[in-house]
Design a protein around this ligand. Sequence first.
Ligand code: GLA
Length: 692
Amino acid sequence: MTVHHLRAAGSSLVLDARGVAASIVHWGSDLGDLDGTALAALADAVVPAVPPSSLDVPLRFALLPGLAEGWSGRPALAGHRQGRPAGGLRLVGADLQDFLTVRSATPEGDLEVLTELDLSSQGVLRVRHRLTNTGPGDFHLAGLDVRLPIPQDAAELLDFTGLWCHERQPQRTPLGHGMWSRESRHGRPGHDDAFLLMAGEPGFGFRHGRVWAVHLAWSGDKSVHAERSALGYGALGAGELLAPGEITLAEGGSYETPWLVAVFSDTGIDGLSDRLHPWIRSRNALRLPRPVVLNTWEAVYFNQDHAVLNELVDAAAAAGVERFVLDDGWFTGRRDDRRALGDWYVDAETWPDGLHPLVQRVRGAGMEFGLWVEPEMISPESALAAAHPEWILGGPDAPTWRWQRVLDLGDPGAFAYIRDRLADLLTEYDIAFLKWDHNRDLLVPGSSHRQTTAVYRLLAELKTAFPHVEIESCASGGARIDLGILELVDRFWTSDTNDPLDRQAIQRWTSVLVPPEYLGGHLGDATAHVTGRTSALGFRLATALFGSAGIEWNLTVANDAEKQLIADWIGEYKRLRPLLHTGAVVRADPADPALRLHGVVAQDRSQAVYALVATGTPRSALPPPVRFPGLDPVRSYTVRPIGAPYKAVQDAPPPWLADGGITLPGRVLAEVGLTVPLLAPEQAALFTVDAV
Ligand code: GLA
């Protein structure tokens, strides 16, 4: 037995495997190269005093904390066998190969837990437990969480809440004694998903402060929590939220937790992205370049008129679009959102020759074809529901939501039906992309685990059978964005709102975890359909540039000047996407809350692109100079304005802008910055930065 040390990319995790139970003695900044003696001394050095009125031996933070270790906070493992709660877990052994594995078991030997801890070269820690019922009879599992310790200076929490069209709203709260638990019972993460729970030094920002963060790579019910005990111990943790009876392990049966993805940064929130993005990119071989998309939803809604769609195909191709996606409304009987989900046959009335004429037109114009589906759902008013009421999750009396119910994918017949329908469509048509929607909560107790594992299986089977088909995870916008489903999909529909003002915040925060090339962002109508707010074309274009860009607007109604600006924007996107989709995302901590600066810096820091955004009216007539983070301090860079015109409230622009650009060392750009155009509210200015 020994003390193990995992080190990578500025972070360390030290696990003491010498005692009765394994304990994590450090998770945070890199401790350097420590030999066995130093590691043992470190582990000894953090053993605490024994306080009054407490356990008679020092309390340590166990890998699987529970009452048997003297931990009276939330236990890592909860469950029972014939009414007898699970006993404490003792260390059996630990082994460090490519990753660290720790074996624990109850003294009675009736339960075993195998824990894997894997710190990637990018500095992303993944931890999961596998519980096996090694005793006689059934074991009823109530919960199994992964917990990681955080120090007492991690005293402020930042996580997220949200609504439809208003996802990823940040919320900060001090961490006092007790538990801050964010629980999702939607059967999907939900619009109010905690998403990424951060604990940091009070006031931590994008570019400063030490931060510890966790995310559960899981698309079903879950609890993500932070806890501080009166003794001073603190922890971040997460696990699947299990309903009573949801998981019963027969003798020999096993349950594996989702991965807890954990990151430490000593340079604020951007430091989390700097580790998460390269790691995600190394795992998901996303095909680059990301094509420019046109999605028909807000252009035509359910009115799939051939003449209009044909015109839209031509306008899209002329603008430089590369993928044309036919949204909801193409299958049998689907005239509105009240019917037909499940009847995945092309509607013979709207499409007498099938989708062939449209697909041919799209392909003929040099674009890929994509199709909207919502495979996990069933409308009460559908041929499928009439034929198979037993396939409805929760039964035919389950509450409807958007007039639909959930198809029970745990039913082998329902699973096979939906897999075969999708396979037939993918075989008959030249489909490069599925927009895979999920427009309601499950609302059936105990269904989340079965349904989530089934949809993962369905996606995996389709990916194997049709490896060239890309899939977008949409759930009424961004209600299912997580690193569990990201193993199986290629794009997220970030939000149903195309209002650029709302989008600025949603994209900013979603991209803390998910690299921008996965996050769909579309140019919408001038007056946003969801909010009714009217925005300038330049602001809409600048907002949609930073992501997997597309259009969701009836381009045929655009005037010639608008069409030209859109074509120019697509050209710029194509030029910039190698940078946008591989670089480091940076955000500034603004002195003026009405101004935002974000950008992407190439990994070799040879170039960058930034957006200065006015979300409101700046506080001073001359706002503070904009400082450009992330550049190499000793290299010189030329900063140039790009993009569509914007409205500025000024008699004359700053002279460097009037001159078309300026060259300065990265250190000066980061420390002093440049004077800015006096942007009117809801305007954005774009800059490229190139090393000279
Ligand atoms: C959901 C999606 C939208 C659109 C509609 C179609 O609301 O989020 O983007 O696809 O469904 O019904």
